[in-house]
Design a protein around this ligand. Structure first.
Ligand code: UDX
Length: 445
């Protein structure tokens, strides 16, 4: 089996490397010459644990190649995957399909023999039909099928998600296309992964419905957390109490500063637009988007409140900037709302992130950048944890107390226990969990 993967962004690169690990011959294509040159030198354009090793071993085994030459990659392929970006269109929230349609046109020109054209990028319902139309127009003679095969990869654990998925969804009614897709995913059949064959439209919708549902789940627990704060209940226990019900499930019930990243914000918006256009509005998703946007902005207020109601002239140490750990991705990260709001309120912000600093420096201004967590906290009036990186989970609390001017910690990811933090002498604020007063002698420090 030979495939071409168009686009070496997050989805394309991970999917291409993983397919080659499955034994498929993969050519990854990108029109960014410098990116391809870097990949040929073994440099990864993104941070994803395990990706560099996977790419290196498959390049060595000659199953994985990189090129800017789309035409020759497509000519040799049994299947061509479209994995280019689909950003939110400025202004209206619709997914921007410019890159997808441009890829479809170029692919059409090079089609050679029966080929399956697969959309891996998250695309609105009906995009598969449009791609089919474009290819047909450009090459009326071509023998092809257009298939939807959405990705469900989480950044930071994308390789595992690809290799051991909960399910694979394949949208096509063509038996020839189904057979090729079956062969590509043969390794997953062997480990009994559920593979769902359905119509193209259903598959496209399934991807949006999955992400929207998860966004609803996170937003639900975030609102429960706010209620917990008001009535003195513990959201951690509520999440466990409801999550053990198999109908609800324990995952995606961690209260926090609001969801971010490259998918949930964009996909929820696109789903809302699709639903509105179809005359069947998704009011629950509309509300979730609104709540989540407000939440990110409100988080700065929490930090300010924990600092006694004002941060004017105070220094706040911010630990973690990416939208979640194990990624360098800053897209729609809550830190992009929180840091400027703190600065606007008069705070000096010092910040550190284990992987996201390069990205963050391009998106945030006026921040004093630090090289370690401890350097960030040195001389600060309070520390706020925005991302739950492992290295922030086991800070030396005595050292933290020595470095901070006052032992104030705002933990927006609930990685510490309120009672233990109080015992350690911290004024500790988290999300949806009762706080305890620090021990008297410590509080006097
Ligand atoms: C998501 C989907 O999980 C994946 O299936 C899809 O293909 C792409 O979008 P990703 O954006 O990488 O993946 O991150 P994910 O781990 O899902 O987290 C998204 C956001 O939700 C993060 O900001 C995270 O901090 C937040 N989140 C997640 C919570 O606040 N609470 C949770 O319980 C889970």
């Amino acid at each position: 089996m030979q495939i071409a993967m168009i686009g070496t962004g997050y989805v394309g690169l991970v999917s291409g490397a993983c397919f080659s690990e499955f034994g498929v011959n993969v050519t990854c294509v990108d029109n960014d010459e410098s990116k391809i040159q870097r990949l040929l030198r073994g440099e990864m354009p993104i941070y994803e644990p395990g990706l560099d090793g996977l790419v290196a071993s498959n390049v060595k085994a000659e199953r994985l190649r990189f090129t800017t030459d789309l035409k020759s990659a497509v000519r040799e392929a049994n299947a061509v995957f479209i994995a280019v970006g689909t950003p939110s269109r400025r202004g209206d929230g619709h997914a921007d399909l410019t890159y997808v349609y441009a890829a479809a046109r170029e692919i059409a020109e090079a089609l050679n023999g029966y080929t399956v054209v697969v959309t891996k990028s998250t695309v609105p319902v009906g995009t598969g039909d449009e791609i089919e139309k474009i290819i047909r127009e450009v090459r009326p003679d071509a023998d092809f099928d257009v298939v939807s095969n959405p990705e469900f990869l989480r950044e930071g654990s994308a390789i595992n998600d690809f290799m051991r998925p909960d399910r694979v969804v394949i949208g096509t009614e063509s038996e020839r296309a189904q057979e090729i897709m079956r062969q590509l995913y043969r390794v997953l059949y062997l480990i009994e992964t559920p593979i769902l064959f359905t119509s193209r439209t259903t598959s496209e919708l399934t991807k949006y419905a999955a992400n929207a549902f998860l966004a609803v789940k996170i937003t639900f627990i975030n609102e429960v957390a706010d209620l917990c704060d008001r009535i003195g209940a513990d959201v951690h226990d509520v999440a466990r109490g409801i999550g053990l019900d198999g109908r609800i499930g324990r995952k995606f019930l961690h209260a926090g500063p609001g969801y971010g990243g490259s998918c949930f914000p964009k996909d929820t918006l696109a789903m809302v637009r699709t639903a509105q256009t179809a005359g069947s509005p998704m009011r629950i998703v509309e509300t979730v988007i609104d709540i989540n946007n407000r939440r990110k902005a409100d988080m700065a207020e929490r930090i300010i409140a924990a600092c006694g109601g004002s941060v004017e002239g105070k220094t706040i140490a911010v630990l973690g900037l990416t939208f979640k750990p194990n990624t360098d991705d800053m897209r729609d990260s809550p830190s992009l709302d929180i840091v400027p709001a703190l600065q606007k309120a008069g705070a000096v912000v010092k910040a550190f992130d284990p992987e996201g600093m390069n990205e963050a420096k391009q998106m945030l201004t006026g921040v004093s950048w630090c090289d370690t967590a401890y350097e960030t906290m040195d001389g600060a009036d309070a520390v706020a944890i925005l991302t739950e990186w492992n290295e922030f989970r086991a800070l030396n609390l005595n050292r933290v107390k020595e470095l901070l001017k006052r032992p104030v910690m705002i933990d927006l990811r609930n990685i510490y226990k309120p009672q233990e933090m109080a015992a350690a002498g911290f004024h500790y604020t988290s999300i949806g969990r009762p706080s305890y007063e620090p021990k008297l002698e410590e509080a006097m420090v």
